[in-house]
Every structure is written in structure tokens, then in C-alpha cells.
Design a protein around this ligand. Structure first.
Ligand code: SF4
Ligand code: FES
Length: 356
């Protein structure tokens, strides 16, 4: 099992596809390091092996070293998901000494001007490159996470080259997922079919050429797929997220879904929430499924796709994911692609206190 610990929603970047909810948590609501420590021990007892320390930007937390030490004490494999712009070599070495196992660095593009525009932070890209060198010097394994979309997908070859230059062992080419901030910016972000086909062919060629040097993760994005992905490996099956304020979620975007109550680690143990909460049980397994999923032989492979995407596109989290070509709502994706191709919109950047 995996646990995503969202330590904070605070972040110096303002990416228009941010996976955080539109309503961002304030610093005053964040769990303290000792509470995170208790959560990590409860997670380990539940069977969690992998811990992702995320945000926002987790390095905003002055107590990140203490939080990391708690993760190590609980026996979890810790992965720091960071923008890299707030960490220097000294702090990175302190995190390594506290037991950090792995670093995942996000980049917004392969070239600085575009990367800084997308991330909304001047000079950010340069700082990321310096940080990647520090990760190498600290002896920590590095994954490069490149979120791709219409405005950077044509530079995928340069992103692959960048991963090699930075000494990453893995490159995640992550197509934007359209909920939260990304849904708001969908018209500015959706790639064209021609871009997607070129990128897919490029990844296939690079995988062959770089075997043994770089692992490339890549999944065809939902808006061009015929079948959905098993989002989170299936709702309530192997993944849970804890929000900065302590709410326990079946996925990082679940707070966008109306009508679900998410219990808090301040009130209940992780095990009680995992097994007993209405939110985890609502879409767990196959009993909740409507047709066509109910009678489909893929229902225990993709678990009906993504609940957040179903809600974002249809207003009903209990419908089949429109990414599935068997869904009666599948045409909504074609309409979105057509609308995006005709649109000329700028980004709405993520901001604290700007949900509407
Ligand atoms: Fe998956 Fe449902 Fe589509 Fe079948 S009908 S492939 S279970 S989303
Ligand atoms: Fe929430 Fe897919 S992101 S279920």
C-alpha cells in the first residue's frame, strides 16, 4: 500500500494544473510533525510500505527533517515529491541523514523561459537544475517528473535529454489529469491528437534506445483513451492520502466530490478510517457500479476508472468514467478536445484564497 502525505498546500510555484483542491488549506490548519509520526506508524501497521511526502511544496515545512525521521522510524520507504526550488545541499543532506530514501523532482518544461512561465516563478527552472545536482551529490536516487500538456509536449525529446543530463534513473512523463485547477485550465492544456501520437512514438523509441539507462513511465491520457486507467489502483484498495489538515482521502482529489465526509486522523485511527469510513466504502469494490461497468469483464481491472473524473465531467461521481468508450458520456471527451483546439485562453494560476 502507498500513502500520500500532503504536508502543506503552501508552494512558491503556481502551476495551472496543480492537483491540490481549489480550496487550499492554510498553514494554521496543518498537522504537526508528531501527529504525522503517529499517522506513519499507524500506516505501517496497516500495511503501507511507500510514503510520498508531498504538498504543495513539502520543503515549506521547517520541520520536514523531523517528519522524515518519523517516516524512517516507522520503517516506511520515503519519497520526497518536490519542486526543488526551496532546498539547498545542506538541507538535502540533513534530510538524507534523517532517513530520506528517494527524491522526485518536478520540472515544468525543458527550457527555462517556458518552464518559469508555466510554474509562475521566475528563476525556478535554474534552481531546479542546481537542486538535481545536489541530489546526485547526496547520493539519493532521483526521479524526474515532467507534467506534459499542449504547451510543452513538443519538447518531449528535450525533457528526455534533460533527465539523462540530470542523472535521473526514472522519468515520469505525466499527462495532466483534468480535475481541480487543471480542469479550470483545460482549454489551455489539452494536447492535440497529432502531439499525442508524436509523443507516444517518441517514448516508445526512447525506451528501446535507453534500456538500462533510464526508465520512462508513460500512460496515454484519458482524453484519448478507449478504456480508463485503474485510478489509484481502484478506490480504497491500495492507496490513501492524508490532507494537510488531516483528512483521510481515497485519492488526492477526492475533496472535490460532494456528499462524502472524510474523517480526520485527529479523531480516528487510520485503520478505523480505512475499513469503516463511508467515503472509502462508497466506491470500493464493484457493488456500487452502474451499467456498463456492472456487467463488464474489465470491472476488476480498472475498477470503473476515476471517480473524480466522472464527477468533473458528468456531475455524478457514481457514473462510469467517461474515458471509457463504453460509457454513455464518452462523447464529452471528444467535445472537450474540440473546444480546446479552438480556444485561445491564458492560464488561471493557482493561488491561495482564489477558488472561485
Ligand atoms: Fe472499465 Fe466500466 Fe469501461 Fe468496463 S465499462 S472497461 S469496467 S470503465
Ligand atoms: Fe480521485 Fe481518480 S483522482 S478517483
Amino acid at each position: 500500500m502507498g500513502l500520500l502525505a500532503e504536508l502543506t498546500h503552501r508552494c512558491p510555484l503556481r502551476c495551472p494544473y496543480c492537483s491540490n483542491p481549489l480550496e487550499l488549506s492554510r498553514a494554521s490548519a496543518e498537522l504537526d510533525a508528531d501527529t504525522w509520526g503517529r499517522v506513519f506508524h499507524e500506516a505501517a501497521a496497516l500495511g503501507v510500505l511507500q510514503l510520498h511526502l508531498s504538498g504543495g511544496e513539502p520543503a515549506v515545512r521547517r520541520d520536514l527533517e523531523a517528519i522524515t525521521a518519523h517516516a524512517a522510524a516507522a520503517g516506511l520507504y520515503s519519497n520526497l515529491i518536490t519542486s526543488g526550488v526551496m532546498l539547498d545541499g545542506a538541507r538535502l543532506r540533513a534530510l538524507a541523514a534523517a532517513g530520506l530514501d528517494h527524491v522526485q523532482l518536478s520540472v515544468q518544461d525543458a527550457e527555462a523561459t517556458s518552464a518559469d512561465r508555466i510554474g509562475g516563478l521566475r528563476g525556478g527552472h535554474e534552481r531546479k537544475l542546481r537542486f538535481a545536482a545536489e541530489v546526485r551529490d547526496a547520493g539519493l536516487p532521483l526521479t524526474l517528473n515532467a507534467v506534459v500538456h499542449r504547451q510543452n509536449l513538443d519538447r518531449l525529446d528535450q525533457l528526455i535529454e534533460l533527465a539523462l543530463q540530470l542523472g535521473a534513473g526514472r522519468l515520469e512523463v505525466a499527462h495532466v489529469q483534468y480535475y481541480g485547477w487543471a480542469l479550470r485550465n483545460r482549454d489551455a492544456l489539452l494536447p492535440t491528437r497529432a502531439q499525442l501520437d508524436a509523443a507516444t512514438a517518441m517514448v516508445e523509441a526512447a525506451r528501446g534506445a535507453l534500456t538500462g539507462r533510464l526508465v520512462i513511465d508513460y500512460v496515454v491520457p484519458d482524453y484519448y483513451a478507449a478504456r480508463p486507467k485503474a485510478c489509484m489502483g481502484g478506490w480504497g484498495r491500495s492507496f490513501l492520502a492524508v490532507s494537510p489538515a488531516g483528512r483521510v482521502l481515497p485519492c488526492h482529489a477526492a475533496e472535490s466530490l460532494p456528499g462524502l465526509h472524510f474523517p480526520n486522523v485527529r479523531d480516528l485511527s487510520l485503520a478505523d478510517i480505512w475499513t469503516g469510513s463511508d467515503a472509502f466504502n462508497r466506491f470500493r469494490g464493484t457493488d456500487w457500479m452502474p451499467e456498463p461497468c456492472r456487467g463488464c469483464d474489465r470491472r476488476e481491472q480498472d475498477w470503473g476508472g476515476c471517480r473524480c473524473q466522472a464527477f468533473a465531467l458528468t456531475g455524478n461521481a457514481g457514473r462510469t468514467d467517461p474515458a471509457c468508450a463504453l460509457s454513455p458520456d464518452h462523447h464529452l471527451l471528444d467535445l472537450a478536445v474540440r473546444d480546446a483546439a479552438a480556444a485561445t485562453t491564458d492560464f488561471t494560476y493557482r493561488e491561495m484564497g482564489r477558488a472561485g
